[in-house]
Design a binder for this molecule. Structure first.
Ligand code: SF4
Length: 210
């Protein structure tokens, strides 16, 4: 990376973009809504069950100008965008989110909360991971807590996180896709016994869309 590119990356004016596409949000509180997706490359959290491991190394993803991303996003009728990764908050998102809001595009964020916060969002989905816990600031402003249930120990992890979030935060349990047969009955029982939780079912996978 040349010096000028590095500077623009630090300023959040260039970001490693793994992919961008128009689809329907499949997870959490905004499930079912059409949105443009910006998947930013780079993640150091290391979930072993991660289904986007190809996102981890940012060097595999082209540095893309924020202006280009905004122009692509604005072509579609749903004026809302999901910023996901990877872990998008490895980068400074102030510039990207300011420009999206200038175009009156709503911004939904998916984050593990493991890196310092930047940007302005209309909806923040915090999906904490045990091996790199969220910074405490995220619990105060998360709109949604989404816990991925891969094994039985994740229910205790879910409750530990639910104790920390603000009172308005919606609580979701989502089966890890490879464990769905085993974990879905347990999630169902857990939610019926603990009805503050709701199920998030990755409906995009059932709809056969990205
Ligand atoms: Fe994959 Fe997300 Fe975990 Fe990063 S935080 S390893 S992108 S599941």
């Amino acid at each position: 990376m040349i010096g000028e590119e590095f500077k623009l990356l630090e300023q959040g004016k260039l970001l490693p973009l793994m992919e961008e596409f128009y689809s329907i949000q499949g997870e959490g509180a905004n499930a079912g809504k059409a949105a443009y997706f910006l998947r930013i490359g780079g993640c150091d959290v290391g979930c072993y069950w991660c289904d986007v491991k190809e996102s981890w190394n940012p060097q595999f993803h082209p540095l893309t100008s924020v202006e280009q991303m905004i122009s692509n996003t604005a072509k579609y009728p749903a004026k809302q965008v999901v910023i996901t990764g990877g872990e998008p908050l490895i980068y400074n998102l102030d510039y990207l989110t300011a420009l999206l809001h200038k175009e009156s595009i709503k911004i939904f964020l998916e984050t593990s909360g493991s890196h310092p916060f930047s940007g302005e969002f209309d909806w923040i989905c915090l999906s904490p991971k045990k091996q790199m816990r969220p910074l405490s600031q995220y619990y105060q402003f998360a709109h949604e807590l989404k816990i991925i249930i891969h094994d039985d120990s994740d229910f205790a992890w879910a409750e530990e996180n639910a104790e920390k979030v603000n009172l308005e935060c919606k609580l979701y349990l989502q089966p890890e896709w490879s464990q769905i047969e085993n974990m879905l009955p347990k999630i169902t029982n857990f939610i019926m016994e603990n009805p503050k939780w709701m199920a998030s079912m990755q409906i995009h996978k059932y709809m056969n869309i990205p």
